[in-house]
Write a protein of this length. Structure first.
Length: 435
């Protein structure tokens, strides 16, 4: 009987403790929801300003200047012009880990067709990839954390990164001393809007979620001449066509079927007139993979085939330049495991999905390659009602589309709640902290 009483006493204790913990977490979330409601209008105003004033990669001067002002007003120590128009904002609040949150700054060379009242005023340039959402989210998460600095300790580090769309900005910031001039983070976080996911939902996963990306330029050499006498020439266009077909078998016949890989020829340029065989033909390739081993082997195979085909035609050795390289995006398994319960607690298990691996690139991966445990998660950006309408017409506009736009209020709310919860989980929480 005594054992039975002890058992039920323990059961009651753990039930009460669990209820108190859940109640505290619920109150914690509701406190941030109230805070967001209070600042929602201001956040949307900043988002709309950023959407109106997009700038291309490496040209983000006005965007960076706007964020410098916003972040300094929050109390961050801000240093601009890191690796170009990049900026770093730091707020130290006692002892504890340094947690980095990165946002990208640049827009795309797209003519916007959304007809929004706050559509781009920079003709031919558009925030068609949600970086305006990312910047706004970073700003308001930092604002909340600084206003509630009594509930955490450590250092928050905001990174405003240029030229993400070209895969250049993160590397340039690192080369400019990002992790030597400033604290090297213990953790790194980032978000990305998802144009196929409903607002209120997020997606994440451990391990690889994005591909490495390399741009390869090949100049095939020949010997030009008259189109009516091809036997007197070494035709670089025919040689290039042979090479293009050969490149296709790198993935289909040299790559393990379980390894993801892409070799795409996106451009072929050669010749000036119908009856002239040129001296050269130029190819532009994009090469994608997940593992570094596969990445290196793809580039090696491209070199071998380009040289082998040139030899077969008796042509001079082609030139081959690999540039704009970005490693694959890999989420920290430890961070994914630690933060998933936080995400579930914030928005419910049904709203936390598993991110699919893609062959797209994201140069947030450079920070992980530099030794910082990182996690990126996708945030739904289309309202359920609008998503349903799109699906009846074949699907929503993709990111980078002239027609893409997020439902800003709902997207920002979810991004804020989940990002702020993740930051607080990674920062040190004093035992006396109360929401």
């Amino acid at each position: 009987m005594r054992k039975l009483i002890t058992y039920y006493s323990l059961l009651l204790f753990f039930s009460v403790a669990t209820a108190l913990e859940c109640g505290a977490q619920d109150a914690f979330t509701k406190g941030r929801q109230r805070w967001w409601s209070k600042h929602r209008t201001h956040a949307i105003s900043l988002y709309q300003w950023l959407h109106k004033h997009p700038e291309l990669s490496l040209e983000e001067e006005q965007t960076a200047s706007k964020l410098v002002g916003e972040w300094r007003d929050l109390g961050l120590t801000v240093v601009p012009k890191i690796g170009g128009h990049g900026l770093v904002g730091v707020f130290k609040n006692g002892d504890g880990p340094t947690v980095m949150f990165r946002t990208d700054l640049d827009a795309l060379p797209v003519v916007e067709t959304t007809e929004l009242s706050y559509a781009s005023r920079n003709n031919g340039v558009m925030h068609a990839c949600g970086h305006d959402i990312h910047m706004t989210n970073a700003t308001f998460v930092a604002k909340y954390l600084i206003e509630r600095k009594e509930i955490w300790s450590g250092t928050i580090m905001l990174i405003g990164q240029p030229a993400e769309e070209r895969g250049l900005g993160a590397r340039r910031m690192l080369d400019d001393g990002l992790f030597t001039r400033f604290p090297k983070p213990d953790f790194g976080l980032a978000i990305h809007v998802d144009g196929n996911l409903a607002t209120g939902k997020i997606k994440t996963a451990p391990g690889y979620v994005g591909a490495s990306s390399d741009s390869v330029d090949i100049t095939v050499k020949g010997r030009g001449g008259h189109g009516s006498a091809p036997h007197t020439t070494i035709d670089p266009i025919v040689q290039a066509a042979d090479l293009i077909m050969s490149l296709q078998t790198i993935v289909s016949r040299e790559t393990n079927p379980t390894d993801a890989a892409v070799v795409t020829v996106g451009s072929i340029q050669g010749g000036t007139k119908h009856n002239i065989i040129p001296d050269e033909c130029h190819l532009q390739l994009t090469v994608r993979s997940h593992s570094e081993e596969t990445r290196a082997r793809l580039i090696k195979s491209i070199r071998q085939r380009a040289l082998g085909i040139a030899n077969a035609y008796g042509a001079a050795e082609p030139t081959l330049v690999v540039s704009e390289g970005v490693p694959a995006l890999r989420n920290s398994e430890e961070m994914a495991s630690r933060l998933k319960p936080v995400f579930v607690s914030e928005i419910g298990e049904a709203n936390v999905g598993i991110a699919e691996r893609t062959m797209g690139f994201e140069d947030f991966s450079q920070f992980g390659a530099a030794g910082v445990p990182t996690l990126m998660f996708g945030v739904g950006s289309i309202s359920p009602e609008r998503l349903k309408q799109y699906q009846q017409k074949g699907g929503p506009p993709s990111l980078h589309s002239a027609e893409y736009f997020p439902d800003a209020g709902a997207t920002l709310q979810t991004a804020f709640l989940v990002t702020s919860a993740a930051m607080l989980e990674l920062l040190h929480t004093p035992s006396s902290a109360q929401e």
